[in-house]
Every structure is written in structure tokens, then in C-alpha cells.
Design a protein around this ligand. Sequence first.
Ligand SMILES: [Fe+2]
Length: 457
Amino acid sequence: MSGTLATWPDWPVFTKDNSEGSDDLVGFKRAIIDRYGEEALTRSWLKVCQSLERATDHIARNGSTVIPELDYHELFSLDNEKKEELKGVGCFVVRNVFSRTQADEWFRSLKEYVSDNEKNINGKKSLTGDEYVGGKRILTVDVGYPQPKPMMLNLYYSPAQIAARTHPNQLKLCRELNSWWHDDTARSSPEQLCYSDQVRIRQPKRPFPSLGPHIDAGSLCRWADPVYSSVYAAVFSGEPELLDNYDLSLRQVADQALFKGAAQSTVLRAFQGWTALTSAGPGQGSLMVFPDLKWGIAYVMLRPFFSEPQEKKDLMDASKWEFDPDTAWFPGTWRDDSQLLSAESHPHLRLKECLVSIPHVNPGDTVFWHADMVHAVEVEHNGTDDASVAYIAATPTTDLNKAYIKEQLQDFLAGRPPVDFRRGSSEVNFKGYLGEKAVLGGDDGRRAMGYYLLESV
Ligand SMILES: [Fe+2]
């Protein structure tokens, strides 16, 4: 089926033998078992695996066509049915957010910024990039990676990135996406805040194995933080069908950064996303997703509570899996990393058939995926041209997000990389650096950057 990988990459496989073996892990499992009980967890497990049979059949049959595509202007007048479809898949391409001319100009400007400041971007350290030791990803890099010519650049404040983040179309789009979440406590607002993230330029024919299947917004904290685990109460209490992935009421105070680590984002991004600065199609170093939000995350949350059957032939039969309150293993989970997945550790997701590439994107298109979404970056780029994206997420205004954005702005003004990254050089002395002069959108752009937060006590 179109959009799946012909050959599964050499991404790490997660097993008990290469796991984080810390004593406190069993305690986090037991706390949830004590609260919800074996019967509810088992009921949920059976329901989720059954729903996944249907969901994965659908994805395996339809591949990339499952991922919705729509035009920028359509996004603001969706009927309810279409909006629910997009929310259910959890990932979609929004086309023509920017003109091709605009995106081409940003890419030209970015490349010039990179080439003018190359020695500072590459750094002085001789690092090979992310490395896996016994399945554990070692995030050693504090310069771009992979070396010697990085593709994931620790740049946050090039004029092109700032402009793409604060352009009125981006602000309007992200505000709309933030509004797809609801908050019964009325403490938040959908007003967009600009999370400063990295930028990627992939050269063709160079493999990039570092971002296999994973979910961001923390890993072990989803179980260990009592607030965060309560976000998934429906899943633990035997009613996974009631999980509402768009409820901000509790989610906004969940601690995604309970365990510090280079892969953690402090802010809740309603949707992660990137803006395409070039075109890129399947097989050209693009994004892959497991396009079923609810059942994907529900399965990941339940997986640590069940052990696979002895007989390999029973692997896909959920009823043959054993409830396991005693094993200190959260598959693919290291507290300081993103939640990682492999086809072997999470078999009911059928990732080899159901991790599908997003459709071809053109310069100026964007893609967004929900904070709970399983995704990966293709290892191979078989195209002929550079493929470049600026990571720009839909980030709602919540108390925790505001606190981070205020700190991020202070870092920006002081010439430091943002606090979630702390990797890379200060850009203030880079050739072509414009600082806040690059902010578009007038007062709206400055507001999204958080300038108003500096004035508040
Ligand atoms: Fe990611």
C-alpha cells in the first residue's frame, strides 16, 4: 500500500533486556493498578486491541490516503463531520498556508544564514549524532546532527524561522487548531504562543536514522505524574472509547517535564507541526505517522500492564496476553527521552504496515499532528533536492505554557538557545541575525512571542 516502507529501517527494537531497569518503575505501575484495578485494565486492553484490529486493517488498506489534506482557507469553515474526522486521525496537511514565493524566499534566506554561520552551527565538538547504546538513545549532541554536516540544526532564531512563526497566516491557523481543544476550567485560551524549535535541512541520499517511531510530550511522566495519568483515566478504567484527546482541562497542568531530558518539551503543544520550506514526498525524508490518534495512545498507555504470550502464534490474540503487575518494564520508555516504540514491543499497532508517510507537500504547506500521536521521520531521502522544514507547533495559552514562553523570550533577548534545548550557539552575533526585527504580524506577532508577559507581574 502506498506510503508504507518497503524495507523496515534499522530502528532499535525494545525488549526487557535493553530497558530502563529502575526500581521505582513497578511503583508507578502499581499506583495505577491500585487506583483502577486489574479488571478495568484488562477490559480496556481487550477493547483497545479489538478496536486496533479494525483501525489497522483500515490503515493498512488505505495507506497515506487516510491522512486528510485541506486548503488553508477550508480550515476555517469545516463542518462538524470533517473536523471530527481530522481530530480522529490526529494528523493532516494544510496546504497553501504561505505562497510558494514566500516559502522559497524563507528557504533561500535560511540557507544563506546557515552558510554564513556554518562554523558556529557545526560547533567544535566532534560528535556523531544520536547514538543508541543497548537500545537507549544517548542524546549527546549539543551541536546539530548528524555530523559532520548537520541536518537537524540547532537554530531557533533565524529571520526565516521567526517570520514563519509570527506570520499572520500561521497565527490564525494555530489559533484555530488550539480552539479544537476544550477547557472546562476556562483557565486557558486558544491564543497562539510561539514555541521556538529547530529547523531541518535534509540533503538527498544521506540517511537520518535518529527519529524512529515515538510520541513526544514526555514518556514515563504519562504514568508517573498523577495529573498526567488522570488524562487517560478513561483508558485505565475500562472505557477507552470515552478518552477525549482534546480535553485541556487537566492536560494543561500535566507535567510533561517531570523527568528532565534533552527530548522533553515543557510546553503542551496542541498539535506539533512543521511548515514546509521545500517540497518533499514519501521516501524523501518526510514525516510518517500512525494515523489513528485515540487507539494508538490508548494502546501505548496499557501496554506496560501486559506481558506477551509464550507462544509466538498467539502474539496478536490480546486474550492470550497476561496481566503483569510485577515487571518493571515500560516498553520503549526512558524517563528522559520521548516515548519510543518498535514494531516488536508494540505489535498490535502493526507499525510495519501502518506507519505511513504523509502525502507529498509543497513549499508553503504545513502538517500538524496531535501531541499524543505516534510518528517518525523517514530514514531515507531518495529525492534529488534538499528537503527543509521549520518546526512550528500550535501552542495554546495556558499557565504552564505562558511561564515557559516568558522564559524563552528572556533567553531570546539574552541570546541564549531556548530552555528546552540549550544546544547550539548564541545567534546574536550571527551574520544576518535580525532579532525581534524579524517578528511579523505587528502586535499579534509580538504577543505570540510573549512580549506582553514581560510587562505582567
Ligand atoms: Fe517527534
